[in-house]
Design a binder for this molecule. Structure first.
Ligand SMILES: [Zn+2]
Length: 408
């Protein structure tokens, strides 16, 4: 088994440990920054590592279209191509392919108010052409060419990328479909998992782990059944994906259904929660027994002028592009190890950089947001080891934060 559980919390399902991969261990629970297009946007690999991150996530869909898996393979895979020598997880491309066909599911399932607000561009110009048992036909957003992605094709790309953890190809079931569609889609995802594992057993690179993906929409019986099927498939880990509900309370319930089926002898299967990274969701996710998380949020927010701060009442966010920060002498936050905070850069300066679209501003806020989440996860992890996770989680949730009034 890839996961070594080193400590458990007595009051919740949280656990802390090490996820063993071909390129080293990931200390869990952990947040995984996105290196969607073979770069954590704005940061160097050495900087990401220095923030305390062990693993990054690359994107099969984007990388197969540009620059192409064959080219990356020539450099020894993603590790050599982007010069990251730690663990890498790659998603299967299913989420991006199906996002083209199912519209704005990402907003619905992740309880995000608006995708456009954060400037996300998931293959906007692309289009899904057909979903078949064999795979999915779609139009490339790069050049309009017709492309086909199948379970085997996705595994082949991830094999070329030489990731440490490959995700099986799944249909990311949208929120708005009915129970019947969800059931058929989930069953097909299970069949695709078998094909992924079959391909990988024969052709996959040695040492590459494969995670199956639990679907089943918001339906308890289907989520539980899907978790059992995936856990019994012979995969190395379990990722929870798809529609998790319209609001956070439901999301936690749905994640709980899946995790409930992953106890006992299945508990050493590592658990990844796909696309979730809000601060309160990370805290709750750790309590639910999730080991790793990935999300575009912290880096994307940073590029758009929003910083994470200990302010639960404002979703742990401050939008520095707002005029109230134009003249603020206040630093971003105390106790953060990032460059902007240790140098005490003023919110006025950071606000000015963000409003001007300066690269340095994007870099500084990306670094700050990742530093913030690295610290959060390290605190939660230590809380599990120290047997005081509830205390740590409660103090994070109650964080009091009162910015000084700006100078007018
Ligand atoms: Zn900072």
């Amino acid at each position: 088994m890839a996961l070594i559980i080193e400590a458990r919390d007595g009051a919740t399902d949280a656990r802390a440990g090490r996820l063993r991969t071909a390129h080293g261990d990931v200390r869990t629970p952990a947040f995984v920054p996105l290196a969607t297009k073979a770069t954590v946007k704005g940061l160097l690999p050495t900087e990401v590592k220095a923030l305390g991150y062990d693993m990054v996530l690359g994107n099969t869909f984007h990388l197969m279209l540009n620059p192409g898996a064959e080219l990356i393979e020539r450099f020894g895979g993603l590790h050599g191509f982007m010069d990251w020598d730690g663990p890498i997880i790659t998603d299967s491309g299913g989420f991006q392919v199906f996002s083209m066909g199912h519209g704005t599911i990402a907003d619905e399932i992740k309880s995000r108010p608006s995708r456009a607000r954060h400037g996300e561009r998931v293959a906007r110009e692309g289009a899904i052409l057909s979903i078949e048992e064999q795979g999915v036909r779609f139009r490339s957003y790069m050049d309009g060419s017709e492309r086909f992605l199948s379970p085997e094709g996705s595994m082949a790309v991830q094999s070329s990328l030489r990731s440490d953890i490959a995700l099986s190809f799944d249909e990311c079931t949208p929120f708005h479909v009915d129970r019947d569609y969800t059931e058929r889609s989930t069953e097909r995802t299970h069949r695709w998992l078998e094909r992924c594992l079959g391909w990988h057993a024969e052709h996959g690179p040695a040492g590459q782990l494969v995670y199956g993906i639990v679907q089943g929409g918001v339906y308890e019986d289907m989520r539980r059944a899907s978790a059992r099927v995936v856990a019994a498939s012979g995969c190395d880990g379990v990722a929870i994906g798809g529609s998790l509900g319209a609001e956070k309370a439901q999301m936690y319930e749905v994640v709980g259904y899946a995790v409930a089926e992953l106890g006992g002898e299945r508990e050493r299967l590592p658990r990844h929660l796909l696309g979730i990274g809000d601060v309160d969701d990370l805290i709750r996710g750790v309590e639910l027994g999730i080991d790793t998380f990935d999300c575009a949020m912290p880096t994307r927010l940073g590029r758009h002028g929003t910083a994470l701060v200990p302010d639960p009442h404002n979703r742990w966010r401050v939008d520095l592009t707002k005029s109230e920060w134009r003249t603020s002498e206040e630093p971003l936050m105390e106790g953060c190890s990032c460059h902007a905070c240790t140098r005490g850069l003023s919110r006025a300066y950071l606000s000015y950089l963000a409003r001007s679209g300066e690269l340095t501003g994007m870099r500084l806020l990306t670094e700050h947001n990742l530093a913030f989440l690295a610290r959060l996860m390290a605190d939660l992890r230590q809380g599990i080891f120290d047997g005081r996770l509830p205390e740590v989680a409660n103090s994070l949730r109650r964080a009091e934060y009162r910015p000084k009034p700006p100078i007018r």
